[in-house]
Design a protein around this ligand. Structure first.
Ligand code: BG6
Length: 466
């Protein structure tokens, strides 16, 4: 009898970077300001001017990735490097040439590039002028950007991700979609509009990629935080189902099935919040199909609902209030930043996605943010990272070998230390320490952490030696 015991031989091991968080060079070679540059950042954070200086040191960084044996590397093409204001008809040649060189460098090392389009990098001009993806104008600019980028790199790049963590546009609209939303009664309408235009952006990108590069593989991407019911009270079960649909699944439901799910339409109609959706839009959503589902997984969450209501109305009326990433799950530990460490949740997440969509899955972010410092041997003994990643890889393996899920690759977050989404250098994820802090640039040199050697073995053994 044939049994599945291993990851497939062509499994894509590697890591992922958000280039606005790593590159620095924030106004070099014609780059325009983007929404991440303009983000205030969390208290004690820094700016994006230099970041990890990846812009100038990418060759050294890629050589280190090759030393670890990466098969694939996910990075983002910073939108405002290619279209500094977002609405130019022609791209910035210097920006395009920069990523040409980066892709060539990866290919020279035998590393498959996986490109993210739009990752916290919308040109600030589009955010100011049109309120980002709250407007169709931005969708048009994005479509042109995607066409020109794909045209340029189509002969070198196979894997494309249309929109980083698209489902979080309704949770963090200013960073993820470049849009400001009003508070109060109008909020739900504004979010519904952003939800529609980001969907359209994804579908148009998917269509453009296939039109220009028919053999390319297109992935839509979500941040997947599975929400567990706090108890087996039916209201908690129903509440968790609603939040999982609202936050995790509605984007993929629309992208995979080619139409908005009934639960979303009904929800918006009942609140008089259905945005302007044209016949053309519906056709684009219908035809913009994907080849794989990309997702990030860091943690699980817990949903608790009012128990004295018989229709959990308050949850439906204000879902944002209930998305308590922080509601403590007593059965799991948390990181320094309060993110709940739940490797078994990854197996559950993979099963949920695979059994719902029956499409190849690509885990394109998974990791632990820790505040770290070099020791006297100029390294970091990051056993906690080895444990976190190892435990998650083991659970991913069980989803493949025991549950039959089709997972095509694993990319951890991120290979080198770089700024967090809140612009903190302090929150480090890398296998490679970047020598700077939030307030001291030091020498920006790279030092291998203990996990560097560990991950190298994991990859060399195709996930057998975890
Ligand atoms: C994901 C983003 O949400 O999580 C990344 O795609 C981000 O850009 C990562 O950096 C980790 O989150 P944080 O806030 O710790 O940087």
């Amino acid at each position: 009898m044939h049994t599945i015991k291993k990851f497939p031989d062509n499994f894509l091991w590697g890591a992922a970077t958000s280039n606005v968080q790593a590159e620095g060079a924030y106004l070099e070679d014609g780059k325009g300001l983007n929404v991440y540059d303009m983000l205030p950042g969390v208290p004690g954070s820094t700016d994006s001017y230099i970041a990890s200086d990846h812009y100038h040191r990418y060759k050294e960084d890629i050589a280190l990735f090759a030393e670890m044996g990466f098969k694939a590397y996910r990075f983002s093409i910073v939108w405002s490097r290619i279209h500094p204001n977002g609405d130019e008809s022609q791209p910035n040649e210097k920006g395009l040439r920069y990523y040409d060189d980066m892709i060539d460098e990866l290919l020279r090392h035998g590393i498959e590039p996986v490109i993210s389009l739009v990752h916290f990098d919308m040109p600030y001009n589009l955010a100011k002028k049109y309120n980002g993806f709250a407007s169709r104008k931005t969708v048009d600019c994005y479509e042109r950007h995607v066409e020109q980028v794909v045209e340029r790199y189509k002969s070198k790049v196979k894997y494309w991700i249309t929109y980083n963590e698209i489902n979080t546009a309704i949770l963090h609209p200013s960073l993820v979609a470049g849009a400001q939303v009003p508070n109060g009664k109008e909020q739900i309408k504004a979010l519904a509009k952003i939800n529609h235009y980001t969907q359209l952006a994804h579908s148009k990108a998917a269509l453009a990629i296939k039109r220009i590069a028919p053999n390319a593989k297109v992935g839509g991407m979500i941040a997947y935080t599975p929400f567990y019911p706090a108890t087996c009270h039916p209201n908690d079960i129903l509440g968790a189902q609603f939040i999982n649909n609202y936050v995790n699944f509605q984007k993929l439901d629309a992208s995979v099935n080619g139409k908005y799910p009934e639960y979303l339409n009904t929800y918006l109609i009942n609140r008089d919040a259905l945005p302007d959706i044209t016949e053309d839009d519906l056709n684009i959503i219908k035809n913009g199909k994907m080849d794989f589902i990309a997702f990030s997984y860091y943690q699980s969450g817990v949903i608790s609902t009012p128990k004295d209501e018989d229709d959990i109305k308050s949850l439906y009326d204000d879902p944002q209030k209930y998305i308590h990433y922080g509601l403590k799950n007593q059965f799991v530990k948390s990181t320094e930043w309060g993110w709940q460490i739940d490797p078994i949740g990854l197996r559950y997440a993979i099963n949920e996605l695979y059994q719902r969509y029956h499409m190849p899955l690509f885990l394109v972010e998974n990791g632990i943010g820790v505040s770290e410092e070099l020791n006297g041997n100029m390294t970091v003994e990051d056993d906690y990272r080895i444990k976190y990643l190892g435990d998650h890889i083991k659970q991913m393996k069980l989803a493949v070998t025991e549950d039959g899920a089709d997972v095509i690759g694993y990319l951890s977050w991120g290979p080198i230390d770089f700024l967090s989404s809140g612009k903190q250098m302090k929150k480090r994820y890398g296998y490679i320490f970047v020598n700077r802090t939030d307030d001291d640039l030091r020498d920006l040199n790279r030092y291998k952490k203990k996990s560097f050697y560990w991950y190298k073995k994991v990859i060399a053994s195709n996930g057998e030696r975890i």
